[in-house]
Design a protein around this ligand. Structure first.
Ligand SMILES: C[S@@+](CC[C@H](N)C(=O)[O-])C[C@H]1O[C@@H](n2cnc3c(N)ncnc32)[C@H](O)[C@@H]1O
Length: 175
């Protein structure tokens, strides 16, 4: 498995090539992820990890398009980002985006009619939401993740009270 950890910070994923713009990190390659293309060839990675990074970058759509270019067909993106109702989402002034569990649907079939945002397609393998501890203990997290219709209901009606923490996405570049 050839893995790229973008915005790796100090906790680079074991065995991955780390990219960051900050020389004080564990990065193997220093580059600004807001400038395209990144310094790697097309279709060169089996997995791209973007853990708490996308919310810092200038353009979500262009970044996902660049991940698509770098992935081998069948390769996967593991992306973790705060849910917009979590304290951290708006607390950190370097966060440019405040996302929910549907924010990457525009690359898939359930694009709400906005499939023209990008010609790039990414298949949603999984979406998992973590809630604040209280709601997890009360069983809400289980319901949100077990039933897609309940997740939609939660996003529309409940999430300002039953607040989210992080969202974990796994997306695949179709073969
Ligand atoms: C919140 S930290 C997450 C670090 C790591 N992924 C983790 O989970 O611990 C965000 C990282 O993204 C990097 N970063 C933010 N904007 C960047 C950019 N435009 N180009 C390169 N790296 C960037 C920061 O330097 C930082 O290391």
């Amino acid at each position: 498995m050839k893995i790229l950890d973008v915005g790796c910070g100090r906790k680079k994923y074991p065995g991955a090539i780390g990219v960051d713009r900050n020389p004080a990190t564990a990065a193997d390659v220093l580059c600004d992820l807001d400038h395209f293309p990144y310094p790697f060839r097309d279709s060169s990675f089996d997995q791209i990890r973007a853990i708490h990074v996308i919310e810092h970058l200038a353009d979500v759509i262009k970044t996902l398009e660049e991940f698509h270019r770098l992935l081998k067909p069948g390769g996967r993106i593991v992306l973790v980002t705060p849910h917009y109702t979590d304290f951290s989402s708006f607390c950190d002034p370097t966060h440019r985006w405040h996302l929910n569990s549907y924010s990457f649907r525009y690359f898939g079939e359930d694009d709400a009619g906005f499939g023209y945002y990008s010609s790039v397609k990414l298949r949603e393998i999984s979406v998992r939401v973590k809630l604040l501890a209280l709601w997890r203990y009360l069983g809400f997290e289980l319901l949100v993740n077990a039933f897609p219709r309940f997740r939609r209901f939660w996003e529309y009606y409940l999430c300002y009270v039953v607040r989210g923490k992080v969202i974990e996405f796994e997306l695949e570049r179709p073969s």
